[in-house]
Ligand binder design. Sequence first.
Ligand SMILES: Cc1cc2nc3c(=O)[nH]c(=O)nc-3n(C[C@H](O)[C@H](O)[C@H](O)COP(=O)(O)OP(=O)(O)OC[C@H]3O[C@@H](n4cnc5c(N)ncnc54)[C@H](O)[C@@H]3O)c2cc1C
Length: 306
Amino acid sequence: MLRNALLWASTNPFLAERLPRSRAVQRATRRFLPGERLEDALGEAARLQEGGAGTTVTLLGENVTTPVEADGVVTHYLHVLEAVRAAGLNTELSVKLTQLGLEQDVEATRQRLEHVVRACDPGSLVWVDMESSAYVDRTLEVFRGVREDHQNVGMCLQSYLRRTQEDLDKLLPLQPAIRLVKGAYKEPPEVAFPRKADVDQSFLRLSSTLLRARKEGRVGRPVIATHDQRMVAEANRMAHELGVGKDAYEIAMLYGIQTAEQERLVRNGYQLRILVSYGTHWFPWYMRRLAERPANVWFVVKQLIG
Ligand SMILES: Cc1cc2nc3c(=O)[nH]c(=O)nc-3n(C[C@H](O)[C@H](O)[C@H](O)COP(=O)(O)OP(=O)(O)OC[C@H]3O[C@@H](n4cnc5c(N)ncnc54)[C@H](O)[C@@H]3O)c2cc1C
């Protein structure tokens, strides 16, 4: 119930307009968001790098409505790549295609993504986020279009979608870099597994496909992106059994979630990448984070009254 309410709130324009103005709400977001400015995110990226973790940064925002806005996002990301290079950071980008104009024009979105990918250093990746199921076909089409000509673009896939195993099998001939997540949106049961046990089982099956494909050189970098310690332990066990080295895949988590586990993984020699978000359009994203763990709502309430 609470998850559904929070996911509903994440798409409500009235709340998106008003709640972020509240200072108390802004204070409560600091656990997951070091700040609204790029400098805040890169400052945290430098600190995390000293602790042994790589990072991915993402400018919050989705569903732009004009080409001018989408072009502005491209310009911003080109600036981010320069700032990352100048600071010598192990930091990659993750972008939402609806922020690059996916709802308006698929081909223009492909061109914008390609523009950013071209500016990315070899060996580094520009990741494409996966958004709600209405965008999956168009997102994969854009990814394919760019991946055919460029190595340094990666794709996120969601284990809660019934279609994902088939999508992954179709993508493998491209030797793609894949980030596997469970999925964060409200989806109907025809499209996504409603039971957590099925989402988890699908996650493990897809992790196995990815790690096997890595062993056979059929996939670029596999990224196991979850805070679920059972999923992480199982993926590490599978990799070990297959003889896939710790440097041949990554584990990824969100900034501020399971930090003790993040530190433990680094200490034990695993490659960890932490996704750090920034920007002023944090409301829908923040609501999705609360929906993932109802206990977070009590954390916010405490901040609001404390
Ligand atoms: C690097 C990265 C990139 C992502 N990119 C995308 C994307 O492109 N598209 C997309 O749909 N989703 C994305 N997600 C979000 C993802 O789909 C899940 O919603 C999110 O990771 C929570 O699921 P989980 O795998 O951690 O497992 P869950 O089963 O939800 O959680 C497992 C345990 O982790 C802890 N936990 C999980 N979430 C939180 C939280 N918010 N606060 C505190 N503790 C928590 C809890 O202890 C929980 O019991 C991304 C996640 C990561 C880590």
